[in-house]
Design a binder for this molecule. Structure first.
Ligand SMILES: Nc1ncnc2c1ncn2[C@@H]1O[C@H](COP(=O)(O)OP(=O)(O)O)[C@@H](O)[C@H]1O
Ligand SMILES: [Mg+2]
Length: 327
């Protein structure tokens, strides 16, 4: 069953641009030129019950705009959206109880209040029974390990702790669909992993359908079998992540840390040096040769402290798809 269905969806923002300075302010009083931004340009996709789909794209590609249309925050300019059979922009109460949204860059909890107070307000808003509320908060608090933070004003929590509370807030009413917009942005590596593990477990247990945007390749690899890639408001890839990686991520990045400052030339024997900071170099290496090169680095006389192997950044993969399409 398709939980989310999107057909030819577009969003055009209209806005006025004022020129800088006093003259700009004066002319804007009598003459304002309307500007348009084609944020989403005719996208279509379907998402089935229980899927976690990664929604990827560079900054300004149209991801947040799409998520806002899917959750009824924004009206589409044209096209069709169905989420659980509802039309989100009609904002029916029935629909509000079916989805949750977390935006990494915009917190929704009241900062001056402890998280528990916000949860209680949301309980009333969504009409969650006392028994359900007790059971659901207990489950989420346990899973996220945040029992000790619930009575502290949210503004005094770390970013990671805050994000965990945001997740509880979005899941209190047991939504069937969850939209996550950059849920790990700004978090340290450990907090990122905690959030990721939680999302994975939660999806397995509840079969919640999740659409997730992230710039973090670890999030995507850990959580999503399928990805949809948007660039300049258009979908340029919709399919398996593994296929995407084998088709477009033909290289991996080996990052080497050394105990002493090394000249950049010594790393050039191993691959294309992408970044170099004296004791740290990132080298691009063809996927098929990664093991070989890593072994050669370890066997070399270089004073190596650490070697980390990463996927290419998402933005580079997107660029590769885009370039392939132009040819
Ligand atoms: N309120 C707005 N008014 C005008 N343009 C906007 C507005 N919000 C976003 N845009 C533009 O729409 C495009 C898509 O933005 P957005 O959906 O936020 O992208 P993403 O989330 O992928 O970074 C960008 O070019 C952005 O500048
Ligand atoms: Mg965004």
């Amino acid at each position: 069953m398709n939980v989310i269905s999107v057909k030819n969806l577009t969003k055009q923002y209209e806005f006025y641009r004022k020129h800088a300075g006093l003259w700009g302010t004066l002319t804007a009083l009598v003459y304002r030129k309307k500007q348009y931004a084609q944020a989403v340009q005719g996208i279509s996709f379907d998402i089935k019950e229980g899927e976690i789909v990664g929604f990827l794209g560079p900054n300004g590609a149209g991801k947040t705009t799409t998520l806002k249309m899917l959750s009824g925050i924004l009206y589409p300019t044209s096209g069709e959206v169905r989420v659980l059979g509802c039309i989100p922009q009609e904002r029916a109460n029935e629909f509000k109880k079916q989805f949750g949204i977390v935006m990494g860059q915009k917190d929704q909890l009241e900062k001056m209040l402890p998280a528990m107070d916000s949860f209680l307000l949301l309980k009333e808003f969504y009409g969650v029974s006392d028994a359900d509320f007790a059971r659901i908060t207990e489950e989420l608090v346990e899973l996220l390990g945040i029992r000790d933070f619930l009575d502290i004003p949210v503004r005094r929590l770390s970013l990671g702790q805050r994000m965990k509370c945001e997740l509880v807030a979005a899941l209190l009413h047991s939504p069937k669909v969850l939209f996550l917009d950059e849920p790990t942005i700004g978090l340290d590596v450990v907090a990122q992993k905690n959030i990721r593990d939680f999302i994975k477990k939660y999806n397995r247990q509840k079969k919640t359908t999740i659409l997730l945007t992230s710039h973090n390749m670890d999030d995507i690899k850990e959580l999503c079998e399928r990805v949809i890639i948007i660039n300049f408001g258009k979908i340029i890839y919709d399919g398996q992540l593994s296929t995407l990686i084998s088709m477009y991520a033909k290289e991996k990045i080996i990052t080497v840390t050394t105990d002493e400052i090394m000249p950049t030339e010594v790393f050039e024997n191993f691959g294309t040096v992408e970044e170099y900071q004296g004791v740290k170099a990132s080298i691009r290496v063809p996927r098929a040769q990664v093991k070989e090169v890593a072994a050669a680095l370890i066997a070399s006389p270089l004073p190596i402290d650490d070697i980390v192997i990463d996927e290419m950044p998402i933005d580079d993969i997107i660029r590769a798809i885009f370039e392939a399409k132009q040819e």
